[in-house]
Ligand binder design. Structure first.
Ligand SMILES: NC(=O)c1ccc[n+]([C@@H]2O[C@H](COP(=O)([O-])OP(=O)(O)OC[C@H]3O[C@@H](n4cnc5c(N)ncnc54)[C@H](OP(=O)(O)O)[C@@H]3O)[C@@H](O)[C@H]2O)c1
Ligand SMILES: [Zn+2]
Ligand SMILES: [Zn+2]
Length: 372
């Protein structure tokens, strides 16, 4: 069967003849790949700074952002059937009995570090014609989301991050409740800044607008540009860091209640952290490669965190709840902003285009390999 993967020992990225998997237990499901999204993690694995094959395998099949269609189910599978569309989660639990998060199906909080990740760490991914997975790692997707459901996985980053924030902000009368929540969304009256206008940032911004936040996307490229147009088309405001300084950003926004960092750059992130408002929350999602140290106004930031009761939280995707929420929210986005949502998928390619997509210049917002 056709697959795309890396052979780290030979430093090659290539098409691989991978054995077709079959169901081995009653709880397994066989899935035919439809769409596989490509992201920075895949591209990094292709530079061999990251990623490891399963034990005993020379290669790692890539791909962790998948939409597939079920072609067979094990005898014990109850919630899914042949023909259903599904999105798999990525992380699988570590084997240690004492790892409480993994034993509670919260392997995104694995305490030992011995988790594995499909297409990334010690288990093959989804950039292949068929794969098999456990029922509990597959999330049902309604047919109306066929075109866009490959965006579920990158949206789970925002879903999980925001869930953490709402959890902690229960400490405050933060956000709306009751009738106001139903009418305006729980972020109504609050201001959010998203750093970065890549797929993680734009999907995060959509989520924040849908929740009622007045949302600003602060990113590098000068407007007008394609990403800025998409951002403005669903009601967020795009501001370029090339033309507007952090101080000017704050003057425009006012008290920043929430920062959703999706830029992956420490310097700009800490500059904006300095501007976080009273009782504000800062969500880090970026995973920058190690670089030389940058100067940070540590005393000022520390003082603000304390005196303004701020919250700083990191988030790595994601638990089942985040996947379920992402699927629900894509349903909302496609109703509200069908053109904007579809325009996040800037290219669909046949598998043979993998080389340019993984090793060439990064272009567009979300590029997808279609196996269908
Ligand atoms: N936590 C998780 O589970 C998780 C999962 C997936 C990804 N991530 C991380 O999320 C981050 C974003 O991912 P992505 O795929 O959306 O990234 P991306 O496509 O590379 O987008 C990054 C965005 O940030 C902008 N940018 C870069 N440097 C900047 C700077 N110095 N100042 C202002 N803007 C700058 C870029 O501007 P231009 O448009 O001008 O290029 C681009 O819009 C990455 O760090 C990635 O590692 C985390
Ligand atoms: Zn990804
Ligand atoms: Zn664990």
């Amino acid at each position: 069967m056709r697959a795309i993967g890396v052979i780290p020992s030979k430093r090659t990225v290539s098409e691989i003849n991978h054995a077709t998997p079959s169901i081995r237990s009653g709880s397994e499901v066989k899935v035919r790949s439809l769409d596989v999204g490509i992201c920075g993690t895949d591209r990094e694995i292709c530079t061999f700074v990251y990623g490891s094959p399963p034990d005993g395998s020379e290669y790692l099949v890539l791909g962790h952002e998948s939409l597939g269609e079920i072609v067979a189910v094990g005898a014990g599978v109850k919630s899914l059937k042949v023909g259903d569309l599904v999105v798999p989660s990525v992380r699988r639990p570590c084997p240690h009995e004492h790892c409480q998060p993994c034993r509670a199906d919260l392997q995104d909080f694995c305490a030992t570090g011995d988790f594995i990740e499909r297409g990334i760490k010690m288990t093959h991914g989804f950039m292949t014609e068929y794969y098999v997975d456990e029922e509990k790692y597959l999330n049902y997707v309604p047919p109306k989301l066929r075109e866009v459901a490959v965006l579920v996985e990158p949206l789970t980053v925002a879903e999980k991050g925001l869930a953490q924030v709402w959890h902690v902000q229960k400490r405050l009368p933060w956000g709306h409740a009751g009738a106001a929540l139903a009418k305006h969304g729980r972020g109504h009256g609050m201001r959010a800044v998203v750093l970065g206008a890549g797929p993680v940032g734009i999907l995060g911004a959509m989520k924040l607008v849908a929740e009622g936040f007045q949302t600003y996307v602060y990113s590098r490229s000068k407007a007008p540009n394609y990403k800025a147009d998409v951002v403005e088309s669903f009601g967020a405001k795009y501001i370029s860091s090339e033309t507007v300084s952090v101080a000017e950003l704050v003057a425009r926004v006012g008290n920043i209640d929430l920062v959703y960092e999706a830029v992956g750059v420490g310097k700009i992130s800490f500059q904006v952290m300095k501007a976080l408002g009273t009782n504000g929350a800062f969500i880090f999602t970026g995973i920058p490669a190690p670089k030389p140290a940058v100067e940070v106004e540590a005393d000022l930031i520390m003082r603000n965190v304390v005196l303004k009761n701020q919250l700083v939280v990191g988030t790595v995707n994601a638990d089942r709840t985040a996947f379920v929420s992402a699927i629900q929210d894509l349903g909302i986005f496609i109703e509200r902003w069908p053109t904007a949502l579809r325009s996040l998928i800037t290219g669909r390619f046949k598998p043979e285009a993998y080389r340019e997509l993984l090793l060439g210049k990064s272009t567009g917002i979300k590029n997808v390999i279609s196996f269908a």
